[in-house]
Design a protein around this ligand. Structure first.
Ligand code: G6P
Length: 367
């Protein structure tokens, strides 16, 4: 039954809509509702001894890692090094005792990620694996297995595996923060409460499916699309661009909002839609000025924000997509939904093969 599309036109759409359920399932195995605490599965390793984290992954899983870097640094005050797996070994990274090397992979079989895992093992790192296939090679070779419970993902473009990876990584970052004495019991409870709200917020985000489908024809004719985000939403901008290029074959780039003026701004005109991913908050003002830079050059903006953000900066945008107001920790999970739906509906509008895009494979087992 898990392998059937049911009422959905594509596996990708079905998997996007499964997210409230599978994220809840995944969180359920890392959080304890009764006392609102983080409760990782029984581990043989004391993560309190870890003094450094190295994250390695490919594709969408790499972007989950980039978001997690913000969390490990902010909550656990752990330094994080991160790289794509195909680059990692060749720069001879410094791997010191006390390091946790974390590999993120839906399949658990990606050749470059697996080679990086073995390299870190040989170099004395504790090996953690966030994988969706519990019988995979990475799952077997890890010291610490942190499964995502997304269920089988059929669409080549990863969606539900990504948000489940973020759920595990948020719980892990909170766990490390507790272990390192960086979170009081009250703060831990608060974080857990916010995480437990995620499935409801994902549902609220999914309610915008029709609006997003309606705006897809505005994006579909574009040759280039720019995605902008700041802070932990910057990796989401890159993920949005990746999704769009994977399935709609439109050239897209994800950029840090503030870096746009150092290059991509040269591309902006009325033919380059700019998707801005910006929940309200301390960084919002800065993003608003980046949006003004786009508008002044005739650029057309799609603003994805909450009611506060849209009230402040929605005027003059080509379109807005309103997300529920959420805690910054869960914003990347919630904002992943409109980004996935936009790529999906643009691809449908263009008539591409959404579940089996040309030239791409679900699992890449060559280096
Ligand atoms: C391929 C898939 C992507 C995926 C990447 C990493 O490129 O098309 O969707 O993100 O591999 O795969 P992994 O299984 O390691 O997460």
């Amino acid at each position: 039954a898990a392998m059937e599309k049911g009422e959905y036109r594509h596996f990708m759409l079905k998997e996007i809509f499964e997210q409230p359920t599978v994220v809840a399932q995944t969180l359920g195995s890392y959080l304890r509702q009764s006392d609102r605490s983080v409760a990782l599965p029984q581990l043989d390793v004391d993560l309190g001894e870890i003094n450094r984290v190295t994250i390695v992954a490919c594709g969408t899983s790499y972007y989950a890692g980039l978001v997690a870097k913000y969390w490990f640094e902010q909550f656990a005050r752990l330094p994080v090094d991160i790289d794509v797996a195909s680059e990692f070994r060749y720069r001879d990274p410094v791997l010191e005792p006390g390091g946790l090397a974390l590999f993120i992979s839906q399949s658990g079989e990606t050749a470059d990620t697996l080679a990086a895992l073995r390299h870190c093992k040989e170099n004395g790192q504790t090996i953690g694996a966030v994988v969706n296939v519990p019988t995979s090679t990475m799952a077997r070779e890890a010291d610490v297995l942190l499964p995502t419970h997304a269920g089988p993902e059929i669409g080549v473009a990863s969606t539900k595996a990504f948000t489940c990876q973020l759920a595990v990584l948020a719980a892990l970052a909170a766990h490390m923060a507790v272990k390192r004495g960086r979170l009081s019991r009250a703060q831990e409870e608060e974080i857990v409460e916010h995480l437990l709200e995620t499935p409801a917020s994902l549902n609220a985000a999914l309610d915008h499916d029709d609006d997003i489908a309606a705006m897809a024809p505005l994006i579909a004719p574009a040759r280039d699309v720019l995605y902008l985000g700041r802070g932990q939403d910057y990796p989401l901008a890159m993920e949005g661009a990746l999704k769009l290029k994977e399935i709609s074959y439109i050239h897209a780039e994800g950029y840090a909002s503030g870096e746009m003026k150092h290059g991509p701004i040269a591309l902006i005109d009325e033919n380059v839609p700019v998707i801005v991913i910006a929940p309200s908050g301390p960084l919002f003002e800065k993003t608003v000025s980046n949006m003004q830079e786009v508008s002044a050059r005739g650029g057309k903006i799609v603003l994805i924000s909450d009611a506060e953000g849209i009230a402040e900066a929605g005027e003059g945008c080509m379109a807005t997509i309103e997300m529920p107001h959420v805690h910054p920790l869960i914003a990347p999970l919630v904002y992943a939904v409109p980004v996935q739906l936009l790529a999906y509906h643009v691809a449908v509008a263009k008539g591409t093969d959404v579940d089996q895009p040309r030239n791409l494979a679900k699992s890449v087992t060559v280096e």
